[in-house]
Design a protein around this ligand. Structure first.
Ligand code: AMP
Length: 220
């Protein structure tokens, strides 16, 4: 069977995490989230975690060499190298996108999806977002877990992320505009991009994503 290699781009709060979990279940491939990996490393107080923490707290990007090395090591693991992946939060700039092409050579990504949601909508979503500290599943104050802020899927604690404060959110959105948005043109120019409307309920967005991905995979 062919591996399926997908990347989801989008502003913070666009729904990347939620949709990446669903797509990874659908295609039976691992979800690779650099944000989640960093949060685990910070929690475990490892070397990478200690290097990343100050950048994460201020909403800045962790230096490329730290991120690239972490992703390179993850991609050689058997699940990803044999079956593919749904990647989210990486690449965040052109240097990382270049590094990703290099890591994947000679099997490039099948499709890069831009999950498109207006800034006003993501600001509202982020202010009410709550996240499982164990599996990364997203909730909100309007749609909480069934009991006591413990995750319905894995029982982990569901909390507000430390970087989901107004000041840090606006810094992260600014970084997205400056560093990550140019990637859309970069992938478009090499015919690897599909833009998908990320507004609406999660099931509708998943259906849109699957339509875009299936039509691309059919061309392989
Ligand atoms: P996220 O959960 O994707 O919003 O990531 C949370 C934080 O982790 C970001 O604000 C960055 O500080 C850091 N981070 C995650 N992915 C990357 C990346 N690809 N490059 C640099 N920093 C990253």
């Amino acid at each position: 069977m062919l591996a399926t290699r997908l990347v989801i781009l989008g502003k913070q709060g666009a729904g990347k995490g939620t949709q990446a979990i669903r797509l990874s279940q659908h295609f039976r491939v691992p979800r690779i989230s650099t944000g989640d990996m960093f949060r685990m490393f910070v929690k475990g107080d490892s070397e990478i975690g200690r290097r990343a923490k100050k950048y994460m707290e201020s909403g800045d990007l962790v230096p490329d060499e730290v991120v690239n090395e972490m992703v390179r090591e993850r991609l050689v693991e058997l699940d990803a190298s044999e079956h593919g992946f749904v990647m989210e939060g990486f690449p965040r700039n052109v240097a990382q996108a270049d590094a990703l092409d290099d890591m994947l050579s000679p099997h490039p990504v099948d499709l890069v999806i831009e999950l498109d949601v207006p800034t006003g909508v993501v600001m509202r979503r982020l202010a009410s977002r709550r996240v499982c500290t164990v599996c990364g599943l997203n909730y909100s104050v309007d749609a909480p877990p069934k009991k006591n802020w413990t995750c319905d899927a894995c029982g982990g604690d569901v909390v507000q992320r430390e970087d989901d404060t107004e000041a840090v959110i606006s810094r992260r959105l600014d970084q997205y505009d400056k560093q990550t948005a140019p990637l859309v043109a970069w992938y478009l120019a090499t015919d690897r991009l599909a833009a998908v409307d990320g507004e609406g309920d999660p099931d509708t967005v998943t259906r849109r994503l699957l339509r875009a991905i299936e039509s691309r995979l059919a061309r392989r």
